[in-house]
Design a binder for this molecule. Structure first.
Ligand SMILES: [Zn+2]
Length: 487
């Protein structure tokens, strides 16, 4: 068997003022052909799982584009057209194919195209006719009817933090193989309850997503069920189809798919209020961290998560830590290429004064003028140690650690969410020894940091990934929808 394989991944925060252009993809990941296989083989990613499963089952892969950028504003028309056309050209010139494997995110919004993946999948479908298409999607996918129609099978991550990406990649490959061999003929059901769950309420270890996935796991064990995906959705995208959705695939049994999807949609709706989330105000959170016994205490800056499209450069928590004289404290990481460059240029040991953060938009706090000592510099290269992205190379660009009194501030050049302990260790800081660790992440940090954290405090600071959705003005999402409307 021979499968086409490609990746185009972006989670678009339509409230962000940072356009996602070609440079943003180059900074994170933009590869072609055989390079895709080299970079992702044996990594904890969807592509890693697809490559592994293909090898195990003797499937040949025809690799195309792998493109991913850190979450930010709408993807530019130009880059989207380039990526789509490259994928389509590669599909047409790939020679004989039995199936298409795509690793997409599912919450990509393009300038002028609200349903990025729907548009892409319809174009691929038009190019390949009846050839089966299997797609992995993030748990944050804002799934649309167009995506469901164009794909043969969708496989959503079942975890948040996303620690099952390689498992989903393997599953997508194996089910596609079953479809090609005629062992499965998918019948699918799709439901969109009127729900827009905030990010901080979407973790799958407990709460409403656990309840839904426990139910889904039991359904998947029933004969005739191929897969069940519950997409929590990405709420910071003001598009019609943002929000939670349910996707059930069965084998030649439409009534069963419909019945299971209805049951899951009803359960989600019944428990919708459990998704609501309250974080702790900055001053209270910092005081609580200082008063705590044991270390490290993690202060999660959940609203300034670059992984949710926030800038990653707000300084509210840092300002408070400096005001109260916190010690043995590390802040990971502030996205500020100019401050990082100034520190790198000054060199290790130098004393510098720089404006840090607050540079992307004026609504989430001003820059902070800091005078400190450059403690370390780095080219920003590291390898993820997991659980997420295990084995995958990471690039933060020119990086510096600025020590200001008792606080170490990690300044980075490429935006990337603080989700791996290596993002602190690689500049010579042992996270376990710190009294306070500030991480700019909503949920993903939990996979790596929960095992070492004495306690975790979710902070209600300003930012574009806030779980307080009343701070945003929505005009395009379908209404009424909970919790924007009290239904
Ligand atoms: Zn996600």
């Amino acid at each position: 068997m021979r499968f086409f394989i490609g990746m185009l991944a972006h989670e678009t925060n339509t409230f962000s003022s940072i356009p996602t252009d070609r440079r943003q993809f180059e900074a994170r990941d933009l590869r072609y052909g055989g390079e895709l296989l080299e970079a992702y083989r044996d990594t904890g990613t969807c592509l890693g799982g697809m490559i592994g499963a293909a090898a195990a089952h003797g499937i040949t892969l025809a690799p195309s584009l792998a493109a991913a950028a850190s979450p930010a504003g709408r993807v530019t028309k130009e880059f989207y057209a380039e990526a789509r056309d490259r994928l389509l050209a590669d599909v047409r010139s790939a020679g004989p194919l039995d199936g298409i494997l795509l690793d997409l995110h599912g919450a990509m919004v393009v300038d002028g195209i609200d349903d990025g993946e729907g548009d892409l999948l319809e174009a691929v479908r038009a190019a390949v006719g009846s050839l089966p298409i299997a797609v992995t999607l993030d748990l944050h996918a804002n799934v649309t009817a167009a995506m469901v129609r164009a794909a043969t099978l969708l496989h959503g991550y079942k975890t948040y933090p996303h620690v099952d990406m390689d498992a989903r990649g393997r599953e997508a490959t194996e089910r596609l193989r079953d479809v090609v061999a005629g062992r499965l003929r998918p019948t699918v059901a799709f439901r969109q309850p009127a729900m827009l769950p905030p990010i901080a309420g979407q973790l799958t270890a407990r709460g409403p997503m656990r309840r839904l996935y426990d139910l889904a796991d039991a359904m998947e064990r029933r004969p005739g069920v191929i897969s069940v995906s519950i997409f929590a959705g990405f709420p910071l995208a003001d598009i019609r189809d943002a929000g939670l959705s349910i996707y059930v695939a069965t084998d030649r049994d439409q009534p069963l798919a419909d019945a299971l999807a209805d049951e899951l949609a009803e359960t989600a709706w019944t428990h919708r209020r459990e998704f609501l989330h309250t974080a702790v105000p900055i001053e209270t959170a910092v005081a609580r961290a200082l008063a705590a016994d044991g270390r490290p205490i993690v202060l999660a800056d959940i609203a300034d998560n670059t992984g949710g499209g926030a800038a990653g450069d707000t300084t509210g928590i840092l300002r408070e830590l400096l005001r109260v004289g916190a010690t043995d404290t590390t802040l990971a990481c502030i996205w500020d290429p100019a401050a990082a460059a100034a520190c790198v240029a000054a060199g290790v040991g130098a004393t510098v004064t720089v404006d840090v953060g607050g540079k992307v938009d004026a609504t989430h706090g001003p820059p902070l003028s800091l005078t400190g000592r450059v403690r370390a510099v780095s080219d920003g290269r590291f390898v993820h140690t997991g659980p997420m992205f295990r084995g995958l190379a990471g690039r933060l660009g020119p990086t510096a650690v600025l020590q200001v009194d008792g606080v170490k501030v990690i300044l980075i050049t490429h935006r990337w969410q603080t989700l791996d302990l290596e993002m602190i260790r690689f500049v010579g800081i042992e996270p376990e020894r710190e009294r306070i660790l500030v991480v700019k992440s909503s949920i993903h940090y939990r996979a790596a940091f929960e095992p070492i954290a004495r306690d975790i405090i979710e902070v209600d600071a300003p930012g574009l990934s806030s779980s307080n959705l009343t701070r945003f003005t929505f005009t395009n999402v379908r209404r009424p929808i909970f919790p924007l409307d009290n239904i």
